[in-house]
Ligand binder design. Structure first.
Ligand SMILES: Cc1ncc(COP(=O)(O)O)c(C=O)c1O
Length: 311
């Protein structure tokens, strides 16, 4: 089939689904800033409670469940190939049935608990239940889906992981706006401040510590300075979503360098700041082949919980 170029550039406007509308009303009532930070796609997305996935969840554990395309043995266990099952040292009921699209609830709760254990400053701060993604790359892509409209500036240090070009610019039309990362061998706080205070109310900032490619992680003092800079911008009326790419979390070996994720400092910083943590086992747990990570979810029910300044 030959299609005209126009077809590819045409924007198809689909009316907002009432389920998305319902969620947006919840978000607006809890914190309207979070709603303002969402992209058009983010505003339109919803988890179809009333559709196939919702029915599947409802049918779980019932005597007759005819909703899902998975075969079971007469004893109720999942039908499986011995050649695969014999290589997995887990109860088949844990490894073979369909996992929920946003991840197994027990895994998500455990990861959340671990985030608190590894970040003392998060104590008494509310965060959402993480959503499972196919490693951090997919988590970063989901932040693009949720927060970036075509042409949106995304503030990144001038030394950054090159795949943001693909995941954010190519995929969602972001314009990466670089700030100078180092000045006199320290984090260039003024450069960050200038980027945050530039024209426009909505700001999307990506922070990645330890940083790829430099390996840099802020000292405690620098962490405070970065946090204060973001807070000052929020107080000046900027609405900021900060995506913390924690791919190398934990790989910190010097005394005066902060061990916790900057997410822990940002989580309840200001009602104009929405902190989104993207992390995962890939490097944190030396599990490169798992392709599992955690991030916010396209289901807005969970996203608004990320914002700790709820009315
Ligand atoms: C800064 C940064 N973020 C994210 C990733 C991707 O992580 P994953 O392999 O879990 O998708 C990498 C991988 O090199 C990285 O360096």
């Amino acid at each position: 089939m030959i299609v005209g170029k126009k077809i590819f550039t045409q924007i198809v406007t689909v009316p907002m689904n009432p389920q998305a509308q319902e969620l947006n009303e919840v978000i607006i009532s809890k914190n309207p800033v979070v709603f303002d930070l969402l992209s058009q796609k983010g505003k339109n997305i919803f988890f179809p409670k009333k559709g196939i996935l919702g029915q599947t969840a409802e049918a779980k554990g019932t005597r007759i469940n005819a909703t899902i395309g998975a075969a079971i043995e007469d004893d109720g266990s999942p039908m499986r190939l011995e050649s695969i099952a014999s290589k997995i040292d887990l109860d088949p009921s844990l490894s073979f049935p369909y996992a929920p699209s946003f991840g197994r609830p027990d895994l998500r709760s455990r990861w959340k608990k671990m985030i608190y254990e590894k970040n003392n400053s998060l104590k008494d701060k509310a965060i959402s239940l993480p959503v499972v993604t196919c490693a951090l790359t997919h988590g970063i892509s989901m932040t693009g889906y949720l927060f970036i409209d075509e042409g949106q500036e995304v503030i990144v240090p001038d030394l950054f992981w090159g795949n943001y070009n693909l995941a954010l610019t190519n995929a969602y039309g972001a314009k990466l706006k670089k700030f100078n990362l180092f000045k006199d061998e320290h984090f260039d706080v003024d450069a960050l401040k200038n980027s945050l205070m530039s024209e426009g109310e909505k700001k999307v900032l990506v922070l990645n510590f330890p940083n790829n490619p430099t390996g840099y992680t802020p000292t405690f003092k620098e962490m405070d300075a970065i946090t204060s800079t973001i807070k000052d911008a929020a107080e000046a009326g900027k609405k900021i979503v900060v995506i913390t790419d924690d791919a190398y979390f934990g790989l910190v070996f010097e005394e005066e360098v902060a061990k916790e994720s900057i997410f822990a400092y940002l989580a309840d910083l200001h009602e104009n700041v929405l902190a989104v943590k993207v992390d995962g086992a890939t490097k944190e747990d030396y599990a490169w082949g798992f392709r599992v990570a955690s991030s916010p979810t396209p289901s807005k029910v969970l996203i608004w919980i990320c914002s700790t300044h709820l009315k």
